[in-house]
Ligand binder design. Sequence first.
Ligand code: ZN
Ligand code: ZN
Ligand code: ZN
Length: 87
Amino acid sequence: MKRCSHLSEIKRVVPHTTGCKECMKIGDTWVHLRLCMECGHVGCCDSSKNRHATKHFHATKHPIMRSIEPGETWGWCYIDQLQLNFE
Ligand SMILES: [Zn+2]
Ligand SMILES: [Zn+2]
Ligand SMILES: [Zn+2]
């Protein structure tokens, strides 16, 4: 089974914003929120039309995000394409 080799890059991040940073700036809406585990950037998910979490990965190469929706503990490594658990 494939394992994520980026777990050491996870930091004790605090979300920078209460919503998607870029969407709030342009006054747009989002569906779900994702937290970058390297820098604390909050971006919107791939079901949102702007997909800022994925854009953040492409811009910064920060590999790991997690869901910050209430009750959700899953995360995702963009590089390994692997689901992670932050329970
Ligand atoms: Zn990884
Ligand atoms: Zn967004
Ligand atoms: Zn980041």
